[in-house]
Write a protein of this length. Structure first.
Length: 295
């Protein structure tokens, strides 16, 4: 069920600017990189304990976004004709610039890198860290999205479904509205994130999730299930569902007690655009991933 926007959401959005100094510093220290979007993260993992994880096929990135302790979204604004025109122009631009990337090998050849390719996801992010870095420095280019979005079909092949843009973590609602109208789409940010000590944001960008560790918090005890060793190798610290972007832990005290370090906000603002399923802007800028087109 889609969660409704709370009346205090606008105030919360404004207050976040004053709480993300650490995050802004971290964003500029990531070896010149930025996060591709942990978008729709670990929705299935969040409600599982170790036993459930052992008997279920985990899916690290869900296909629907909703506000909760781990995600904040921009509030809607009244629609204007100018907003609609801008949104359609962006969708038209994306359809043109994404055409070549229907072949994922083209994206890889041009420098896009797959975020956490070993972790099962509904949506995989291929990120050009140079382009994403420009977005995080406030340089927005509709024709060069920082991330491409793919799903896997039944044969295990990547199918292009859209793109993602990012913006600096201290962006105001007005700034985000100038980039993509808030009347059309919802920018989102990932909040209240607990990562195990020893895992940094930069590690995640490199795909390092502790899969080679033996006693990292977040891993399933080896003797808890025959599936535990395999899940630990594949999912690392996300194996038991406590840590990460929709993990069970969402407060600093609980995070510290579990052997983690707490991030009020991880990375900046992000928005997904799905340009291939007709001209309905509610689909193109929606919070659910549309079914990939047959062709």
């Amino acid at each position: 069920m889609k969660k409704q926007h709370r009346p205090d959401q606008t105030n919360k959005l404004g207050r976040m600017t004053g709480t993300i100094t650490t995050i802004a510093i971290a964003s500029t220290m990531l070896l010149g990189f930025v996060a591709p979007a942990f978008a729709h993260d670990m929705s299935a993992m969040g409600g599982m304990d170790g036993h459930d994880m052992a008997s279920s096929a985990p899916n690290a990135m869900g296909s629907h976004m909703a506000m909760d302790a781990h995600m904040v979204m921009t509030p809607s604004r009244p629609e204007t004709p100018a907003d609609i025109e801008r949104a359609h122009e962006l969708v038209t631009t994306l359809r043109k610039v994404l055409a070549d990337y229907r072949d994922p090998e083209v994206a890889l050849d041009q420098g896009y890198k797959i975020f956490l390719p070993t972790v099962p996801q509904d949506v995989y992010h291929f990120t050009d860290y140079s382009a994403a870095g420009e977005e995080y420095r406030g340089h927005f280019s509709p024709a060069r999205p920082g991330s491409l979005l793919y799903m896997k079909n039944s044969a295990g092949n990547y199918v292009l479904v859209g793109a993602m843009y990012s913006a600096p973590p201290d962006s105001t609602p007005e700034r985000l509205d100038n980039l993509i109208p808030l009347s059309v789409g919802h920018w989102h940010a990932h909040t209240n994130i607990c990562l195990p000590k020893g895992i940094t944001l930069n590690d995640l960008l490199r795909g390092e999730i502790g899969e080679n560790e033996t006693e990292m918090p977040g891993m399933m005890p080896v003797g808890s299930s025959p599936a535990a060793p395999g899940l630990n190798r594949r999912l690392g610290f996300m194996a038991d569902g406590r840590f990460g972007f929709t993990g069970k832990i969402a407060d600093a005290t609980g995070c510290e007690a579990a052997g983690g370090h707490f991030l009020p906000q991880a990375f900046g603002w992000m928005i997904h655009v799905y340009p291939f399923n007709g001209d309905d802007l509610k689909v193109a800028f929606g919070t659910s991933v549309p079914k990939p087109p047959a062709n």
